[in-house]
Ligand binder design. Structure first.
Ligand SMILES: Cc1ncc(COP(=O)(O)O)c(C=O)c1O
Length: 372
């Protein structure tokens, strides 16, 4: 095969690196239990009401899903005081990111992102043959004035993860409003709010308000607090004209029928939502206080995960945690080799993580000492 067959935009593209399935980790390491604290999932699992609704819907699996996601869009519209015309559904919010690029970006136009941030923006933009302009975080927070300075007449999209992954930090209302007001008309702002429900900060912006005013897309997901990551279901809100363009590039059956049923029911179960938020917030606060006691630098997080500097090589700490049955995220791919990102688990998992981390850090210190 001497001819180069792949598109030029694949050159140097680093694909998403998936972790091993939990069952495989258990088998390989001979472990009975494994705690997955790596992907910012909800350790409580889906609401029992959602599981019952899914079961009830299975006899209809011979039918195609509703391509218009009528009930899901109606349920979202009612909950968030929008109209169904303001809503588009996605196979996870990842797909909405891809759809936005497909709908709005001409080849060679520019996309402004932060660095580091959620990895999919860069991958998807590169695949869309965009020119990516990445702006470093400032003290682990989005630097919106610096991002504004990168915008030109050729910029089409700006991605803002709010709150951000992997840092868990957020952009506040004033920062966002100043940024939005300063933008030229050619720019669409994609607000990625995958962790929106966890945020309790008073100055966190209510971004759905901005979709009436300008070129703003607000994306949310059922993967995190609603505990439905395996079903792949997300959505976005925007002005009807923007939603129409997104629908033009959407696969008609992109959200499967069980996912649609689950999403509608998940919105109904407010108790499960509240329990999930409380568990995550108390988990993050426990982990933060333990990191403080251990003198480890961490980024204050408004989400269900926390980025911490383990003071030594992150991959080594990751490996040792893994051998003890705790999967976290090591951060080399984000350019943060001394950090790990840990998702708050159940209270038991959080305590076990801290116990093992203390042991691992001690062992690492001994290794370092020996190598001196
Ligand atoms: C910031 C951010 N946006 C979007 C997503 C994608 O979520 P989904 O499962 O809805 O595709 C994630 C998942 O980790 C995320 O962290």
């Amino acid at each position: 095969m001497s001819e180069k067959l792949t598109r030029a935009c694949l050159d140097g593209l680093k694909p998403y690196k998936p972790g091993k399935p939990v069952s495989e980790v258990k088998r390989e390491l001979g472990l009975k239990t494994v705690s997955k604290m790596a992907s910012n999932e909800n350790p409580l699992g889906p609401s029992p009401r959602v599981m019952a609704a899914i079961k009830k819907a299975t006899p209809e699996l011979n039918r195609y899903p509703d391509a218009g996601a009528f009930y899901m869009r109606r349920a979202l519209a009612r909950r968030f005081r929008l109209k169904s015309e303001n809503i588009v559904v996605g196979n996870g919010s990842d797909e909405v990111i891809i759809m936005a690029l497909r709908a709005f970006l001409n080849r060679g136009e520019e996309v402004v992102i932060a660095e580091p941030t959620f990895l999919i923006y860069r991958i998807a933009a590169q695949l869309a043959e965009a020119k990516v302009k990445a702006v470093p975080l400032k003290a682990f927070r989005y630097d919106l004035p610096a991002m504004r300075a990168k915008i030109t007449a050729r910029t089409k999209l700006v991605f803002i993860a709010n709150p951000d992954n992997p840092t868990g930090s957020y952009v506040n209302r004033i920062e966002l409003e100043n940024f939005l007001e300063s933008l030229p008309k050619n720019v669409i702002v994609f607000m990625d709010e995958a962790y929106h429900e966890y945020v309790q900060a008073r100055d966190y912006p209510d971004s759905l308000r901005y979709i009436r005013k300008g070129n703003v897309i607000v994306a949310r997901t059922f993967s995190k607090v609603y505990a439905l990551a395996g079903l792949r279901v997300g959505w976005a809100a925007a002005a009807p004209e923007i939603i129409s363009s997104l629908n033009q590039v959407r696969d008609p059956f992109n959200v499967n029928s069980l996912a649609q049923v689950a999403a509608v029911e998940a919105l109904e179960d407010r108790r499960h939502l509240l329990r999930s938020v409380q568990l995550a917030r108390s988990g993050v606060s426990y982990l933060s206080s333990e990191f403080r006691k251990l003198n480890l630098f961490f980024v204050p997080s408004v989400t269900n995960f926390i980025l911490v500097n383990v003071g030594t090589r992150g991959p080594a700490v990751y490996d040792s945690l893994l051998k003890s049955g705790i999967i976290v995220r090591e951060m080399t791919a984000w350019g943060l080799p001394n950090f790990i990102r840990v998702t708050a688990g159940t209270n038991r998992e959080n305590r076990a993580f801290i116990t093992v981390l203390k042991r691992v850090l001690k062992e690492q210190a001994l290794v370092k000492g020996r190598n001196k």
